[in-house]
Each structure stands twice: as structure tokens, then as C-alpha cells.
Write a protein that binds this ligand. Structure first.
Ligand SMILES: *Cc1c(COP(=O)(O)O)cnc(C)c1O
Length: 389
């Protein structure tokens, strides 16, 4: 018999579309997938070379420290100083994670008791809510509405909910909406968190994926942020390293320490050779980030212009590699995704998979090569014609 915490997990919303994808593949249909947010380009060579070198060093074959090597934590601290002007003590305010998703999931076990509330963006990266549920907590959704630029309206959170809330998850540049947040929103979050004694968890997975001279803010740049929260960072997106599983959490000392303490009881850290490779990325691969942002920008422009020719009226997102678009009249998110898969052999992600406020939208990930983008757009145009809303 499965445990209640497993039985309480919401049904997997992409199950139906994944079954359709399987069926199409079995029939030999050529599928173009805008579905998965996973970089298609390879990890930069110097990072791979560093992994190979360190994998050959037998010292690295033993258990690592569960919070990460000091040299890794120092590299993260230096990265924050250089990029955001934020000072971090590598011994107390930085730990290594086995990918940021790991830490985002586990932090719930540090602070959430059964019945506690977490504030979770909707639509949002599913782990915030799932982690909450696994720890026995309850999700209070913060709607991300188009009319508010997909930024939560904190004034709409009822007083009694705010007083009970333990964690608040936020994420800018945002998956799935591609929205970015200005400093003033983060200032509001710091004030709110102070007032209600809430721990802020900012998911900064996309702070390096930005366009048009826009530079995303680190939450920790905001005065007082380090007293109320932490920031989760990842090498996955900027260095095309999703498969490597390496990230960090930084910020409020007792929170970082608590997550480290939990982790020391359930995992034994990340392979040191991977940490060395990550240091190489953080210290020497800035050019590579500029290069991939240029590629994403040109793909973004191509898709936005293509969709707008079909009748959408989208502006270009300033960050992430996602495009979040309303579905045409006559469909739900799910029926639209099924329609374009069946008619055009194109996969888009139904917005409803990211929460109830994602209904009415679909997400396109631009992590596929140019010629596949052109082909995908041509197929959409052929099958949808002019769209109406
Ligand atoms: C990709 C992604 C992550 C990252 O994950 P890793 O576990 O570090 O690979 C975190 N948050 C969001 C919103 C993402 O899209």
C-alpha cells in the first residue's frame, strides 16, 4: 500500500499527451517538440575536460562533503560578488546541491509541518507544490496573471494565510511565463516576508538567460533579503548542464545550514569531479553564456514573429527560453496541445500542467535547432491558418 503522501500527489497532467506522443512515434510520425525545457546545445568543452581530468584523480573517488567542497562554495561566492555585488560567506551562506530541484524539493522537509501553508506561484514549476505536499503542507496558490505581468499580487493574500505561511516560492525570470520581475517586486517580497515571518525561496534558474540588454536581479541584491530568504541557483541552463546535476543554495545562514543538515542525513553530496567542472564553468565560461543567449534570442525572435503572423499578438520575453502564449478560441490548453500534435506533429506544453491559472495558455520551449523551428512554424501555420481569440 502506498503512503498517503504519495497518494495525495496530483495526477500527472502530461500523462495523456505523453501517451499520444508515444503513439505518434510508433506510427513513425516525425515529431517536432517544443515541449521540454532542456538545452539542446552541448556543455562547453573546458567543463567536460575538467570533469575528465578530475575523474582520473583517485582522491575524488571517495565520498565528498555533503555540503560541497569549500572551493566550489568559494566559486559560487565569487560569482555572486562579480555578477550581483553580493557578499556571501562561503563557509556559512553557500552549499552545493545535486541540482537546484533537489534543494527546492528538500527545503520543505526543513520547515513544513503537516497543515502548514506554503505560498506557491500558479502557474509554476511543479516542484514547489509537490515538495510542499510531500512534507504534508498545503499549497496556497499565488495567481500569476497576465494583467499583472505574471507577478503575484501580494495584497491579495489573506492576512490569516500570510500569518500561517512558512515558505514563499518565487521564480524570475519565470518558468513557464517568461516574465521578469523588477527590483520593486523583490523589495515588496522582503517587506512581506519580514512582516509575516516567512522564508522566501527564490528560484534563480534563469538569471543568466536574458536578452535585449536586460540583466536579471538576484533576490539577494535587495537590502534585507539575506535576513528573510535564500536563492537557488543552477548550472543546468546557463552551461547546458541539465544532466550533470549541480546547483547551489545561498543566503540566510540558518536556512542554508538547516538544508545542509537535512541533506547530510539523506545524501552524501555531489561527485567532486562534477564540482570541479562546475567551478570551471562559473569562473571561465562567461563567453559561452553570451553565445547561447544570442542563439536563444534569434530563435525567440523567429518564433514570436512566426506566431504573430498567424494572429497572435505576443511581445518578446526578456528572459528564459520559453514563450507563453494564449490558446486560440475554441480550445482548452489540453485540447489545443492534442490538436497540434495530431494535425501538425508538433508538441507544445499545455499551460494547465503548471497549475489552474495556466489554463488558457501553452508553453513553447525554444531549445531546438533553427531548421526544426522553421519546420514547426510552417506546420502550425498550415494547420491553424489565421487564429482568433
Ligand atoms: C530547469 C529549472 C530548474 C533547475 O533545475 P536543476 O535541478 O538545477 O537542473 C529549477 N527551476 C526552474 C524553474 C527550472 O525551469
Amino acid at each position: 500500500m502506498e503512503a498517503t503522501r504519495i497518494k495525495k500527489l496530483p495526477p500527472y497532467l502530461f500523462a495523456r499527451i505523453e501517451k499520444k506522443i508515444e503513439e505518434a512515434k510508433e506510427k513513425g510520425i516525425d515529431i517536432i517538440s517544443f515541449g521540454i525545457g532542456d538545452p539542446d546545445m552541448p556543455t562547453p568543452q573546458p567543463i567536460i575536460d575538467e570533469l575528465c581530468k578530475e575523474a582520473n584523480n583517485t582522491i575524488n573517488h571517495q565520498y565528498p562533503s555533503s555540503v560541497g567542497m569549500l572551493s566550489f562554495r568559494q566559486a559560487v561566492s565569487d560569482y555572486y560578488k562579480t555578477n550581483f555585488g553580493v557578499e556571501l560567506d562561503p563557509r556559512k551562506e553557500v552549499i552545493n546541491l545535486i541540482g537546484s530541484k533537489e534543494g527546492i524539493g528538500h527545503i520543505n522537509f526543513c520547515y513544513v509541518d503537516p497543515g502548514d501553508i506554503n505560498l506557491v506561484p500558479d502557474p509554476g514549476y511543479p516542484v514547489y507544490g509537490i515538495g510542499t505536499l510531500l512534507a504534508g503542507g498545503e499549497v496556497y496558490p499565488m495567481p500569476l496573471l497576465e494583467k499583472n505581468g505574471f507577478i503575484p499580487d501580494l495584497t491579495k493574500i489573506p492576512e490569516e494565510v500570510a500569518r500561517k505561511a512558512k515558505l514563499m516560492f518565487i521564480n524570475y525570470p519565470n518558468n513557464p511565463t517568461g516574465a521578469v520581475a523588477g527590483k520593486e517586486f523583490f523589495v515588496e517580497v522582503v517587506d512581506f516576508a519580514k512582516k509575516y515571518n516567512i522564508i522566501v525561496c527564490h528560484d534563480a534558474a534563469y538569471t543568466e538567460i536574458a536578452f535585449d540588454d536586460y540583466r536579471p536581479t538576484s533576490f539577494l541584491e535587495i537590502p534585507g533579503a539575506k535576513e528573510v530568504g535564500v536563492e537557488f541557483g543552477s548550472l543546468s541552463k546557463p552551461f547546458n548542464m541539465t544532466g550533470w546535476r549541480v546547483g547551489w543554495v545561498v543566503g540566510r545562514q540558518d536556512v542554508v545550514e538547516c538544508l545542509g543538515r537535512l541533506k547530510s542525513n539523506i545524501d552524501s553530496g555531489q561527485f567532486q569531479a562534477i564540482q570541479y567542472a562546475a567551478i570551471k564553468g562559473l569562473t571561465e565560461s562567461k563567453d559561452n553564456i553570451n553565445e547561447i543567449c544570442k542563439i536563444y534570442k534569434s530563435r525567440r525572435d523567429k518564433i514570436i514573429e512566426g506566431l504573430n503572423r498567424m494572429g497572435w499578438n505576443l511581445s518578446k520575453p526578456k528572459g528564459t527560453f520559453y514563450i507563453w502564449a494564449p490558446i486560440p478560441k475554441g480550445y482548452t490548453s489540453a485540447s489545443f496541445a492534442e490538436y497540434v500534435l495530431e494535425k501538425a506533429g508538433v508538441i507544445v506544453t499545455p499551460g494547465s500542467g503548471y497549475g489552474e491559472y495556466g489554463e488558457g495558455y501553452f508553453r513553447i520551449s525554444i531549445t531546438i535547432p533553427d531548421e526544426r523551428i522553421s519546420e514547426g512554424l510552417a506546420r502550425l501555420e498550415k494547420n491553424l491558418g489565421k487564429v482568433e481569440f
